[in-house]
Design a protein. Structure first.
Length: 148
């Protein structure tokens, strides 16, 4: 199984507002960068899209170390998801789960892709090179939709 490091980040100018996502994939000496954006979105949606786009970019099952600065995505995928599914996509306060379609897409990717994902939180804007690059790519995603 290929070993791969992935760094993801989302950005939003206004919340909601124009947003972007960025991904840095690293396997050995090979790096690939991805980014994209949406004209009207939220920061949480962009954080989720970064992880989704990163995992969708992998062509075969990989051993993934995934670095992210979003507690929302980290806690959602590692803690909250089983409860949401058991409650019919409702939160503990019986409210609909926000971004449900993205959570379902991510859940599907993680459970059916064959990837083994080690989720690692890093503090954002703290000088971590991979996270800083993912942040720059997310901002490029914002700029790509602001120019349209």
């Amino acid at each position: 199984m290929n070993q791969i490091e992935i760094y993801t980040d989302g950005a939003c100018k206004g919340n909601p507002g124009p947003g972007g996502w960025g991904v840095l994939l690293r396997s050995g000496a090979t790096e690939k960068e991805l980014y994209g954006g949406e004209a009207s979105t939220t920061n949480n949606r962009m954080e989720l899209m970064a992880v989704i786009q990163a995992l969708e970019a992998l062509k075969r099952p990989c051993a993934v170390t995934l670095y992210l600065d979003s507690q929302y995505v980290l806690k959602g995928i590692t803690e909250w998801l089983p409860g949401w599914k058991a409650k019919g996509w409702k939160t503990a306060s019986k409210q609909p789960v926000k971004n449900q379609e993205l959570w379902q897409r991510l859940d599907e990717l993680v459970t059916r892709s064959g990837h083994v994902v080690d989720w690692r939180w890093v503090r954002g804007h703290n000088g971590h090179p991979g996270n800083e690059r993912a942040d720059a790519l997310a901002n490029m995603g914002v700029q790509s939709v602001q120019r349209r």
